[in-house]
Design a protein around this ligand. Structure first.
Ligand SMILES: Nc1ncnc2c1ncn2[C@@H]1O[C@H](COP(=O)(O)OP(=O)(O)OP(=O)(O)O)[C@@H](O)[C@H]1O
Length: 440
């Protein structure tokens, strides 16, 4: 059995929200990162993937369970583990060489050795000739190469990449990913294991020996899939396509209530809370996807990877839309396919008024937060209420930024279904005009 470099045993982490509530973000995470493997971590936004990476790097402590690095309990940042961030995190006033040398400086490495190592890392990642450039003089792809050189210069045994390619355009991201895999497969990297957080299913399947799928609320490993295909992999090969389909199916299983269906037993039995994270799906995109799904060649049923290509939507955008359609009963997710329901067919075929009514009806039936706001507005003599109590309710389980995002999603959906209105200037929620006297 290959040796484990980092081990998580029953790891849990909670954060305290602004109002003092403690929210579990990770629960019972068991994971071993072993020598010689690349592991990809996929999961919904906010499911705790970055938190798990930071715990593995020793940047934040776990509240529960054990974290071990080479068999020893982790205490503080681990020297043999480096991270690469989505945002590049470069110092704008330092040159490429100075940015790369930083990690070595902090460790007291003598100057001559620092320079030699930085030069080697810069050459390895293909940036020779740009040592004296400032970050602003580089393209996004080159900046991320600096971020990777800075992570590699300390010769880490473990490289943790947190959405390292997602801020780059598709081609640049693919090229950088391929270069890293070439370095890894040819043994030129000092690194012995990589963990890659991604929102891109194809990227995960192209890179990893194992794909872990995270569940949300609280974050935990829901399932894993091993990928036993030699690299480099052909994204169009039948084997890769089949695995991509399988990962889509696993990620969308139980999508109507993604956080709960595969959840821990008590959570599955609990009623759906008002403060659930809604998939951040734009209404125009939901309409567009339903229309695309209804037309040839799909005729009501589509393979998600094909739909992603046809709609020009990356996974990070497509999956929330697919989840939202499933939540509202307009489509259903089944084995990695999206299928129009009978109601979804009526919606697509309907004129504007019918679409509005069906959408509103489904919101009230399936989104407890929207039904709750509508009920409160109907009870209020003025047909109005401020958004503050709703935000307070949401922040019992979500942080402030997420609470705001959930309210905004609820508002855009509710406006489309004419369930309620929102005044962006005053933050007032109110019944739609002409609707004050009626109840649905
Ligand atoms: N320092 C912190 N204080 C309070 N809450 C935090 C902190 N760090 C993360 N969180 C919360 O923990 C949850 C998980 O966040 P995390 O960034 O780990 O998720 P993620 O799966 O990486 O999300 P994304 O894919 O959007 O990057 C979120 O609700 C986030 O707001």
């Amino acid at each position: 059995m290959t040796a484990s470099i980092v081990e998580l045993h029953g790891v849990g982490k909670s954060f305290r929200s602004a109002d003092g509530h403690s929210r579990p973000v990770l629960e019972q995470v068991d994971f071993h990162l072993r020598e010689g493997e690349i592991v990809a971590l996929l999961g919904q936004s906010g499911s705790g993937k970055s938190t798990m990476l930071r715990i593995m790097a020793g940047l934040v402590p776990a509240d529960r369970g054990q974290v071990r690095y080479r068999g020893q309990p982790m205490s503080g940042p681990a020297r043999g583990i480096s991270m690469v961030f989505q945002s590049f995190a470069l110092f704008p006033w330092l040159t490429v060489r100075q940015n790369v040398e930083l990690g070595l400086e902090a460790r007291g490495v003598p100057r001559a050795e620092r320079e030699a190592k930085a030069e080697a890392a810069i050459a390895l990642i293909g940036l020779s000739g740009f040592e004296g450039a400032l970050p602003r003089e580089l393209s996004g792809g080159m900046r991320q190469r600096v971020g990777i050189a800075r992570a590699l210069v300390t010769e880490p045994e473990v490289l943790l990449m947190d959405e390292a390619f997602s801020a780059l355009d598709v081609l640049t991201g693919e090229r950088l990913r391929e270069d890293i895999l070439d370095l890894w497969d040819s043994g030129q990297m000092p690194t012995q294991a990589m963990l890659v957080v991604s929102h891109n299913i194809e990227e995960a399947v192209m890179m990893a020996d194992r794909v872990l799928i995270f569940a949300s609320d609280p974050g935990r490993i829901r399932c894993q899939l091993s990928v036993q295909l030699p690299r480099p992999r052909d994204p169009d090969s039948a084997d890769v396509r089949a695995l991509i389909d399988e990962v889509y199916a696993l990620m969308t299983a139980g999508a109507a209530r993604p956080a709960r269906v595969h959840g821990i037993t008590e959570a599955a039995a609990a009623p759906t809370p008002l403060a659930e994270r809604l998939p951040a799906a734009d209404v125009a995109r939901m309409d567009g996807l339903l229309e695309l799904l209804a037309e040839p060649p799909f005729e009501g049923r589509a393979d998600l990877p094909q739909l992603s290509e046809e709609a020009g939507l990356p996974d990070a955008d497509l999956l929330p839309v697919a989840h939202a359609l499933a939540l509202l009963g307009l489509a259903q997710l089944d084995s990695g396919d999206l299928q129009l329901t009978a109601l979804g067919r009526r919606y697509v075929d309907g004129h504007h008024g019918l679409r509005r009514d069906l959408f509103g009806q489904q919101l009230l039936a399936h989104v407890p937060l929207i039904a709750h706001i509508r009920h409160r507005l109907e009870q209020a003599p003025s047909g109005q209420m401020p958004d503050k109590p709703v935000l307070r309710l949401l922040s019992e389980q979500l942080d402030d930024v997420e609470a705001d995002a959930v309210l905004q999603t609820a508002v855009t959906w509710a406006r489309h279904g004419e369930v309620f209105e929102y005044d962006y200037n005053t933050g007032a929620l109110r019944l739609p005009t002409g609707d004050e006297e009626t109840t649905r």
